[in-house]
Design a protein around this ligand. Structure first.
Ligand SMILES: [Zn+2]
Length: 491
């Protein structure tokens, strides 16, 4: 077996034409868990001074679920709600939608996938929430923790308020105390967290810092303020999290949806997609948006603001700026799809803003983002796509709400339209990236498909789309306000 592996390695080295130093022999690594409570051994191989371990062994060791796509060489590892995605040969690793970079990429050897040992610290840190120490001299890997149920502490600072979010692996009961001036203490019963990972320096003018302490039967999270301010806590689900709002906006006291911004895509010098019959996306989506506004304001009595009411150009980032300035509770961007060299398409699909994972989603995002070239000083020029995604992931607080709304939109459009339901997907759209509220982008039909183009021209079809969107908003509003009401009364 050893001989076979070595032959494989030599062949690989010759093929890649990399000058390798002498190959180290296969060696063993000793794994010690929780200060010696359990032990295991795994094999390792050395290439160019880097220790590699077998993917299969690591998966067994940490009981991860493994999915392998031989065509794309994509590996997906899951552990509970956490996910790690990488491609053999690429140093970029996606840990729960955050991109990390390894010095040495995962590689093949004799048909097996090998991971550099630094991969363990990336995974254990991101997925198993354990502390890991690797000592190359003694060849001992120490794994401590890994069964933590408090995963992460996040915060967002807004103009007037600060939101602190504690991510939990499962529901835990908690109590909020306010017994010291300028300090809020949250006791999470049965909580087990890594205090180092649950401490933050914030200094945003309201919150100084957050510090966590692990007690025998609880985790204590201490939030230190500059001065006493009103606050509010509640629980959100999927994933479970405790939310603490410092100086919450008065407008949102009731946590009701009171303002919706509807964004008809494109406009002015940017016509959007154009059908074979010369129908322009910008005209169709404006008509649908106006009808939707009429339905919402007449039937729900909610304030609706359109980002444009005529045929003129608006840069992408100004569209969400309008929503942020209006204090909108929802942002809905309406578009029509185009096949653009893909297989001839048809149907409706709805996106929420996240990293695009499918080729179709990437193609749609590329098209809708292309207008950035028409804008002066657009973000697209100063930020690379990867930087943009990283920046945005850190700020995306409304992922769950947005995906929930997207699902409802698909379900309700499905009841109204007799064209293909292409489902909910995710992609990174500039137009959604600055939104400080749940937001979606819906592609209501294919303007590049002659049959759907002629439908899109008809006022009755436009009206049915608006009704589907309206029904989804009604259902979302009902479930959102109900969950908020419950969360507040539970305190
Ligand atoms: Zn569009």
């Amino acid at each position: 077996m050893v001989k076979k592996i070595l032959i494989g390695l030599v062949v690989t080295a010759l093929i890649t034409l990399v000058a390798l130093p002498l190959l180290a022999q296969q060696e063993e690594i000793r794994v010690i868990y929780d200060e010696g409570q359990a032990q295991a051994t795994i094999k390792s191989l050395t290439f160019q001074g880097t220790n590699f371990i077998y993917l299969k062994e690591m998966v067994n060791l940490f009981r991860l679920d493994l999915k392998w796509d031989a065509i794309t060489k994509k590996v997906t590892l899951t552990s509970g709600p956490d996910q790690v995605i990488f491609f053999v040969g690429s140093p970029q690793i996606m840990v729960n939608d955050k991109i990390k970079r390894l010095i040495q990429p995962p590689r093949f050897s004799n048909g097996a996938i090998l991971l550099p040992i630094e991969f363990l610290s990336e995974i254990l840190d991101g997925v198993l929430r354990a502390k890991i120490d690797w000592d190359p001299k003694t060849r001992i890997l120490k794994v401590n923790g890994g069964r933590l149920n408090i995963r992460e502490l996040r915060h967002s600072s807004y103009l007037d308020s600060t939101r602190i979010v504690i991510d939990l692996l499962r529901p835990l009961s908690y109590r909020v105390r306010k017994d010291i001036p300028a300090q809020i203490t949250i006791d999470i019963y049965g909580g087990e967290g890594n205090p180092g990972q649950l401490s933050l320096e914030i200094n945003d003018g309201r919150v100084k810092n957050i510090q966590a302490f692990q007690l025998p039967n609880a985790t204590q999270v201490v939030v230190r303020l500059i001065q006493d301010l009103p606050y509010k806590t509640f629980i959100l689900k999927n994933p479970h999290r405790i939310v603490l709002d410092i100086n919450p906006p008065q407008k949102r006291l009731g946590y009701k949806i009171t303002t919706i911004v509807i964004d008809p895509g494109h406009g002015g010098k940017d016509p959007g997609a154009i059908g074979k019959g010369e129908t322009r996306e910008k005209d169709v989506v404006l008509a649908i948006a106006k009808e939707l506004k009429r339905l919402i304001s007449e039937r729900l009595g909610i304030r609706v603001v359109l980002t444009r009411t005529g045929d003129y150009f608006i840069p992408l980032k100004e569209r969400t700026a309008i929503a942020n300035n209006e204090g909108a509770d929802l942002f809905i961007s309406i578009h029509t799809n185009a096949a653009l060299g893909r297989a001839r398409g048809g149907g409706f699909e709805t996106y929420f803003h996240s990293l695009a994972l499918t080729e179709n989603a990437k193609a749609v995002a590329r098209f809708e983002n292309a207008v950035i070239k028409l804008e002066k000083g657009g973000r697209g020029k100063s930020m690379s796509q990867a930087e943009f995604i990283l920046w945005d992931m850190a700020h995306n607080t409304y992922l769950n709400e947005s995906s929930e709304l997207a699902i409802l939109v698909q379900e309700e459009l499905d009841k109204k339209l007799r064209i293909r339901n292409r489902k909910v997907d995710q992609a990174s759209f500039y137009v959604l990236s600055g939104a400080n509220m749940p937001s979606i982008l819906t592609e209501v039909a294919f303007i590049s498909n002659p049959r759907e183009e002629s439908m899109l021209r008809r006022p009755d079809f436009q009206k049915r789309i608006a009704e589907g969107l309206y029904n989804a908003i009604v259902l979302y509003k009902r479930s959102y306000e109900k969950s908020m009401g419950l969360a507040i009364s539970e305190q």
